[in-house]
Every structure is written in structure tokens, then in C-alpha cells.
Write a protein that binds this ligand. Sequence first.
Ligand SMILES: [Zn+2]
Length: 125
Amino acid sequence: MSSGGNIYCPECGTANELNAKKCYRCGATFPTVGAKPNYGDYDFAAEVDDYHLKPTTYIGWNIFLTCCCCLPIGLLGIIYGALAASSFNKTKYERADKYSEYAYRCLIWGLILGIVLWGLLIMNE
Ligand SMILES: [Zn+2]
């Protein structure tokens, strides 16, 4: 009678026959028999991958960087952040992620440069 696949019990994870109404081991009933039988093989990662989070633009941080350290790298970060946001709105998710990463790099390098420059200023006083 086991023809093509199993249904996995959501309670105990035991493999039952596909047309089973309830688990032979713990007796739990299967609510969606036939609809989505493979609880065990259900790919949660694919579902997460399908859902696109808006990428972080780091625009606020890069504006802060531009204002506080007067660094052009902050401006570059703002531009990349804006590009990330507009790419996301056009459903170009991969491009948006890339721009978001560029904006992040600008921010990090800007902060490092800023700290170094401020350090040099303080040491020269
Ligand atoms: Zn069970």
C-alpha cells in the first residue's frame, strides 16, 4: 500500500503512509491530508528566500558621516543607499542588495577614515 511517498506526523515526525488519516504511532490527526502532505520535506529556506526584505540603505549613517567628518565617502554612501532603495522598488532585489553592501562599505571605511583623521587632529594639538 505504500505507493510513492510518506506523510510525516507534525507531532512526532514519524513517517506514515501518504493516505493515512492519522499517525499510527502517536495517533495525531493530519489536518491537511492531500494538500501539503510532506511536513518532513517542507522547505522553509525556500520560503524565506522568496520573501525579500528591503535592504538597509544606511543613508542616515552616511549623512551623519558626511556632516560630521566632511568626507566625500559619506556622499558616495548616500548615493549607493538611494540606488539600493530605488532598485528595491523596481524589484531588482539582487542589485538592491549589492548597492546596500556598497553603502555599508562606504560607511565602514568612512568611519575608519574619520576616526583616523580625528585621531591625527587630536594628536597634533
Ligand atoms: Zn505521530
